[in-house]
Structures are given as C-alpha cells and as structure tokens.
Ligand binder design. Structure first.
Ligand SMILES: [Zn+2]
Length: 375
C-alpha cells in the first residue's frame, strides 16, 4: 500500500476493460484438475492472478479470490484409474503437490478454494434452474445446456467451435443432444466415473457447470475478473459465463477477463501427452522464485510465449538491475511511485513499471519489488 495514490475509486484496466472498484474485488480463477504435476503453464496463470491480487492491494482494494479445484473430471478419472486409486484420494495427493509448488513460487493463499466434489448439489440446483427457464433440457439421464449463440458470442464460427468442443471433451456427436454445441450440465452415469443421485438418475456434473456453480456459490451473480489460461476461453469460459448469465439473468457474468497467454515449448502447448512439460519443481531447483516470477511477469500477460532455458538468463539480469536500483538512496521520487501505480493499473503493465523502477531507483523500485513478490 502506498500514500502516493490519488483519492477516489481504484480503476483497474483489464484486457482493455475499465473496472472501477471501491474496496473489494471478486476474482474467480479457474483452478487445476489435480491429475498431474504442476507445470510452468499452470504456474504462469496463477502467478499472474497473484500479481493481479497484489496490484489490487496496492490500489487499496481487497482481492477476494476463489480458485477452484476440478476434482470431478473425466481426465482425472482416467489418471486415477491408471494409478488404481480412488479419484478423490488421487486428487488430494496431486492437490497437495500443486499447493506446495505455488507456495514455493510466492503465490499467496486464496480466500476460497472450493473442490468440485462438494458442489454436486449446487450443480443439480443449477441444472434445475436452467431447465425451469428453458435454457436446458433433460434427455436420457443427462441435462444439456442449449449452446446456440455461445460460439458466436465468443467470436467463433461453427466449424472452429465444433473442433474445440471435440478437443475439450464436449462430445458434439452425442445423439441425445438437440444441437452438437449443447453441453452437459449433468452427465448420466457411465462406467469408470463417479456417480451421484439426481432427479434425472445417477450421474456427475459437467465441467463448465461445476465452475459456474462454484463461482455463483462464492460470489452470487458474477465476478469482477474471471481469470484462467487463454486456452480455456472456449468452450470452458464461454459456457461457464453463458450458464451463469442464463441462471441469474445478470449479464455480463464477468466485468473483465484475464486470459493468460499459453506457454509453449518448441512451439507446442505444454502437455504430458506432448512430452514437453517444464515442472515448477525443476525450475526452482536451479533458480530463485523471484527469477521464475520475473520470467513469467516481465511480458504482456495475454501474449502466449515459448519457454526455453535461455529465458532465465535475461530474467536474472533484469532482477539484478532492479535490486541495484532499489539499493540506490536518494530523495524519494513521488513521481516514480505514482507512475508505477499508474502502469500496473493500466492492464498490469509490468514491463513498463519495471522500466520506470529501474530508471528511478530507490523507494519506487522497492515498492515494485514487494508488490510483484520479486524480493
Ligand atoms: Zn473453470
């Protein structure tokens, strides 16, 4: 917190959207599916959410962050079954490793950390509510959300929307659906997956519906910022928002979106199946958390980037410049601190704020170091 701020509301710009706030910010961050190790792609998203929270505090706004755990998920079920472990025990172990890695990276704890398996009842209520207004229909033990218009709102044509639906397990060829782009709020029970009782028979929640239910439970009608990897834009975020808006009648569900750029290695998205995972634990074995944070944060947050070991060297150098600047003692520059606040509020311009901090030195540089967790 600083005394260099102008009085009046905090105005944060996120993704070009102006978001004035008084003293609280509701932030929903799409959490992990705890079936695997924490890789740099995950870390980049949560370090940026952490940076957003820290910048809000600087602007005298308390960030209330809800970061869910998707522990009811088809991919998780498959991984748990390969390990011959019940899905919930498997998820709990992975979740422990995830939190350990994030703490080591200096990511501060969040207020709400709902686990999907505790929100099955909420999803059933959500499904009933959507059916009551005709936004969803029951068929063969499942409940489907009517997806017309969701792809167009996301700026996608039909073919691209179908391709992404297939890629993210949306089953557009499910014959029970009225339209291939309808999506399951509730999926009828299938072998190899956990099942709960519902008014439509045994089944499990759909992925987008889980997140929508957890967000509405934590925050009511909507959020100030919804954050997540840029690759979750469609179908996941688009359907989450559409379900929340249909259910609550309040639109838009999110005032702004923080779609964090996807990290690739050799031009390929990081994934176990691609064999190109860069693990947080490996990075931290050879480098400080501040170096890894600097590598992640010293760039425009929405832009995808390709990781290579060579990127760590400039991060170390940039950090050394910042530390040297912070050690300079001279008359405190009011202008420098105010300019840093202005740049961070303007779409989290970390590179710009770093330039000013390194040039100005002294207290403004120390302010930026602590704000971004680079100390
Ligand atoms: Zn989500």
């Amino acid at each position: 917190m600083t005394d260099d701020l102008e009085p009046g509301p905090a105005v944060l710009v996120v993704g070009g959207r102006r978001v004035p706030m008084l003293d609280n910010a509701r932030i929903y961050a799409c959490g992990i599916t705890p079936y695997d190790v924490t890789h740099l792609g995950h870390a980049a998203t949560y370090v940026w959410v952490d940076a957003l929270s820290r910048v809000l505090r600087l602007l005298r706004v308390e960030p209330v962050v809800c970061r869910n755990v998707t522990d009811v998920d088809d991919v998780l079920d498959a991984a748990a079954s390969r390990a011959s472990t019940p899905y919930d025990a498997f998820a709990a172990i992975q979740q422990y490793h995830f939190e350990h890695d994030l703490t080591a990276l200096g990511v501060r704890p969040v207020r709400h950390e709902p686990r999907a398996h505790r929100y099955v009842e909420h999803v059933i209520r959500l499904a009933s509510g959507l059916m009551a207004i005709g936004a969803a229909y029951g068929r063969s033990g499942s409940v489907y959300f009517r997806g017309q218009g969701v792809a167009a709102r996301a700026g996608l044509d039909h073919a691209e929307a179908l391709r992404l639906a297939v890629e993210y397990g949306g089953r557009p060829d499910d014959p029970a659906k009225d339209d291939p782009l309808d999506t399951a709020v509730w999926q009828a029970a299938e072998p190899g997956h956990p099942a709960w009782d519902s008014p439509w028979g045994p089944g499990r929640p759909g992925w987008h519906a889980e997140c929508a239910a957890m967000a509405l439970s934590a925050f009511g009608v909507g959020v100030d910022v919804h954050a997540g990897g840029g690759d979750l834009r469609f179908p996941h975020h688009a359907y989450h928002a559409a379900m929340a808006e249909a259910f609550t009648g309040v639109s838009p569900y999110a005032r702004a979106w923080l779609h964090v750029g996807v990290v690739t290695v050799g031009g390929v998205k990081m994934a176990k199946s691609a064999g190109n995972l860069v693990l947080v634990s490996d990075l931290l074995a050879g480098h400080t958390a501040a170096t890894v944070r600097m590598m992640i944060l010293d760039r425009p947050w929405a832009q995808g980037w390709d990781f290579s070991d060579a990127l760590l060297e400039p991060a170390v150098a940039r950090l050394a410049d910042l530390y040297r600047a912070a050690g300079r003692t001279h008359e405190a520059s009011q202008h420098g601190a105010a300019e840093i606040c202005r740049l961070l509020a303007a779409d989290l311009d970390v590179p710009g704020a770093l330039d000013v901090a390194i040039e100005t030195g002294g207290a403004p540089a120390r302010l930026l170091m602590s704000t971004l967790g680079l100390d």
